[in-house]
Design a protein around this ligand. Structure first.
Ligand SMILES: Nc1ncnc2c1ncn2[C@@H]1O[C@H](COP(=O)(O)OP(=O)(O)OP(=O)(O)O)[C@@H](O)[C@H]1O
Ligand SMILES: [Mg+2]
Length: 382
């Protein structure tokens, strides 16, 4: 780790400091090995994945794989992907040139501009700046993502004007080239336009890509993460086979295996202040009912099980239940207020929209009717 006052500011100082260049995957692996060895908590805040998901991720990191997080909605896929950034170095050095759109490794530049600069500049005059890890993670939701957004776009007019200009210099860099030496996550991969998938595959595998017919070569160093719902991911024609083939590890996520674990997640994520001027005390069986609503919804034949029932349903319902009790506490002066069955009557505000009905099941029920039936069954179960 580098202390800011002593951080090398030129290439010469960087070499003297003994800094070693690593790929993103090497960096991630080395820091992960250290954390594992020290017995640190690897994914803070993640509950119930110690024996299933976390070992799978550990292997993928050690293997140096790109990863796909496969699971129904609200299973902490995005959260896990974001947490991977904690295994990056606190900061890494790059060549500080204003007209170069990527954070160049001082030892292994990839753009023509940086290569030329490094070849023609004495090392004590090559400025080095430091890139903090918080900025080395970027993500993108697949729907609506265009080729130009994540890969790049060439300005043909620029090319036509400057005879000496290479295609690279007329290029607007998309998010992926700009995340060189970082982590890039694509959410909902199956919704990514096919053309963009092909471009992504080319840039990652062949290291070159054609933009408006101009071939561009990038030696990108990037860890790429994807998330997808299994039902759409496995539907043929949604994700090009070459891209599937390139993903080193598939990490399967799941809903909590038992209700007590689920309650822990909900309490942690709801982040509700139960004390204060109008305190609320929640009996354990009410927490169980909130959780059981999600459990029943996850096996209800009226609910679209391919899409899933997110952990967000329990979280939002829990907040609504506490809010309803608190409201009563404020009006009637109950201290503490205690949630009771009638408070569950307000759950439609937090539940509707989160349950996707199975339209193939051939029933005539409205979402509200389905919800009422689910709540009734959950109360009976508990
Ligand atoms: N095992 C878990 N541990 C801790 N929090 C969890 C767990 N499962 C779900 N959550 C919580 O559920 C919420 C949704 O998580 P997240 O957005 O990461 O899900 P996702 O799988 O990416 O969902 P989507 O498919 O809808 O994008 C977050 O508040 C997250 O912390
Ligand atoms: Mg997500």
């Amino acid at each position: 780790m580098w202390i800011s006052a002593q951080r090398p500011a030129t290439l010469k100082e960087l070499r003297e400091s003994g800094w070693r260049s690593k790929t993103v995957k090497e960096e991630l692996r080395d820091n992960f090995v250290q954390a594992l060895q020290a017995g640190e908590e690897l994914f803070p805040g993640i509950i119930g994945y110690d024996d299933t998901v976390i070992p799978e991720i550990s292997l993928a990191i050690l293997a140096g794989h790109d990863m796909l997080f496969l699971g129904e909605k609200g299973q902490a896929k995005s959260r896990l992907m974001r947490l991977l950034a904690r295994f990056l170095d606190p900061e890494i050095p790059y060549v500080d040139l204003p007209d170069v759109p990527v954070h160049e490794d001082p030892y292994r530049p990839i753009t023509r501009r940086a290569k030329e600069f490094l070849a023609n500049t004495p090392e004590d005059q090559v400025p080095i700046a430091w890139w903090p890890r918080e900025y080395r993670y970027a993500e993108r939701l697949a729907p609506g993502t265009k080729f130009a957004d994540i890969i790049g776009e060439i300005d043909p007019a620029k090319l036509a004007r400057g005879t000496s200009l290479s295609a690279e210099e007329a290029l607007f860099f998309g998010l992926i080239p700009r995340m060189h030496r970082g982590i890039f996550a694509v959410n909902e991969l199956p919704e990514l336009d096919e053309l963009v998938q092909v471009g992504l595959f080319n840039i990652l595998e062949e290291r070159d890509v054609q933009i408006r017919g101009y071939p561009i070569r990038f030696d990108l160093d990037i860890l790429i993460l994807f998330s997808a719902n299994p039902a759409t991911y496995n539907r043929s024609g949604k994700v090009i086979p070459q891209l599937k083939d390139r993903i080193g590890s598939v990490i399967h996520t799941h809903y909590p295996r038992d209700r007590d674990v689920a309650i822990q997640i909900t309490e942690q994520e709801a982040r509700i202040e139960l004390d204060g001027e109008y305190p609320v005390v929640v009996p354990y069986f009410m927490k169980e009912i909130i959780e059981q609503i999600s459990v029943v919804a996850r096996r209800s034949k009226y609910v679209d099980q391919q899409s899933g029932v997110s952990a967000r349903l329990s979280i939002a319902n829990y907040r609504t239940m506490v809010a309803s009790a608190r409201r009563r506490g404020i009006i009637l002066g109950e201290r503490p207020a205690v949630p009771r069955i009638t408070d569950l009557g307000h759950l439609s505000s937090s539940s509707l929209g989160k349950l996707e009905l199975d339209l193939m099941a051939g029933h005539q029920m409205s979402e509200k009717q389905v919800l009422d039936a689910i709540i009734a069954e959950a109360i009976k179960d508990v």
